[in-house]
Design a protein around this ligand. Structure first.
Ligand code: PLP
Length: 393
């Protein structure tokens, strides 16, 4: 693909464009400031100061103290570390309680742990993507090492009641982890009101490059490292720091905090797209609750339209969207999120996620409102059912 061609990027839950301000902040660390932040001489120490600053910027975004932020290589590593540390800090406890709608990082890690003899509960969700908190409470066991529930779902955008879940876990004395990757920059995060023990974020969902994450660790929570090495991150995560990535992530966090507001503009644009498509295309249903939901996400099922055919048709027009989670694209299987919500397979396979971001403009939404109905019509007209109906069969 030639990136100079006009394209319409509506897949911001998969990744985001690098903000020019972020790139600018990073550049010195890809050119002149290439030293090792652990080095004892001034050249190293100077670079280390920028990691200190980035840690403060990320701490500010979630209202934490900087010393409780550990830099990792991605959201996946942060999520994996939370499970790892809980199971290793308390080896007698061999049960993990999570949900069936988590990002594939938790699902795949949970399945791996099952093969290793751990017990993992993947809690089902309601048809609208919400979680039954009574069921969650009843599912916490004596041997539960950790509860992990994502703050907002990457496919549906449905926001889960993290403050309540954290309170339940606190009362039961079980560490609680939340994957907040999709939340950063979209709704405020405050670890003082939402007393989570662990929280994961990823750089590339927040207008910084891929390859950096954080794990917030509440003070006093037992921690056992996942990566051992040269004592970086106060011994909590070995490996020479991705300095440029960390600096960029810090800048992205600063920008997200400055712009947190109520996102009413984003919501307006998303709602224009969603209600426009739903009224223009008969047989369109929204997956997941209308609220509480991320302001940028709309996950729609177009009855009788294979998502793969949609992706191809839209791609030809330069429209980038996703059929569920990025990792599932190209696979025939329905999304595990929709399956867990009890959505019928045919409808799940007809689902397209539109996720907006900072750089989407109203003209782009207008373009989609014009083109998406045409693509749906074309695919429906070409479907065997239509032909059978025309033949009166
Ligand atoms: C993208 C994503 C991740 C993984 O983050 P990476 O940095 O790509 O490893 C984890 N959880 C959610 C909800 C995500 O959207």
């Amino acid at each position: 693909m030639n990136t100079k061609d006009k394209f319409y990027y509506f897949d911001n839950n998969a990744t985001t464009r690098i903000a020019p301000e972020v790139l600018e902040a990073m550049m010195p660390f890809l050119t002149d400031f290439w030293g090792n932040p652990s080095s004892a001489y001034g050249f190293g120490e100077k670079i280390n100061q920028y990691i200190v600053k980035a840690r403060e910027q990320l701490a500010a975004l979630i209202n934490a103290e900087p010393e409780n932020i550990v830099f990792t290589s991605c959201g996946t590593e942060s999520n994996n570390t939370a499970f790892h540390t809980a199971l290793n800090s308390n080896p007698k406890k061999r049960h993990v309680l999570t949900t069936a709608v988590e990002h594939s990082t938790n699902i795949a890690h949970g399945k791996h742990l099952q093969r290793q003899g751990y017990q993992i509960t993947f809690l089902p969700v309601e048809p609208d993507g919400s979680l039954d908190l009574c069921l969650l409470t009843d599912s916490i066991r004596e041997d539960t090492a950790i509860v992990s529930v994502m703050w907002a779902n990457n496919e549906t955008g449905v926001v889960l009641p993290i403050e309540e879940i954290a309170a339940i876990c606190r009362v039961r004395g079980v560490p609680f982890h939340t994957d907040a990757v999709q939340v950063a920059g979209k709704i405020p995060i405050d670890v003082q009101t939402n007393q989570v023990d662990f929280l994961s974020l990823s750089s590339h969902k927040l207008y910084a490059p891929k390859g950096t994450g954080i794990l917030y660790i509440k003070p006093g929570t037992p921690f056992s490292p996942y990566l051992f090495g040269g004592g970086q991150e106060k011994g909590r995560r070995g490996g020479t720091e991705n300095v440029a990535g960390i600096v960029g992530f810090g800048k992205a966090a600063e920008m997200a905090l400055a712009d947190i507001g109520d996102h009413s503009e984003d919501r307006k644009l998303r709602d224009k797209l969603e209600s426009g498509l739903m009224s223009a295309i008969p047989g369109t249903v929204r997956n997941g609750a209308k609220e509480p939901r991320l302001p940028n996400t709309s996950y729609l099922a177009f009855e009788g339209v294979e998502a793969e055919a949609m992706l191809i048709g839209l791609d030809q027009l330069g429209i980038c969207v996703s059929a569920g989670s990025a990792c599932k694209t190209g696979a025939i299987e329905p999304s595990h999120v929709l399956t867990a919500m009890g959505i019928k397979s045919a409808l799940a396979k007809s689902s397209i996620r539109f996720s907006l971001g900072r750089y989407n403009r109203e003209e782009e939404v207008d373009f989609l409102l014009e083109k998406v109905p045409e693509v749906v019509k074309k695919i429906r007209a070409a479907s065997p059912q239509t032909r059978l109906k025309e033949l009166g069969i």
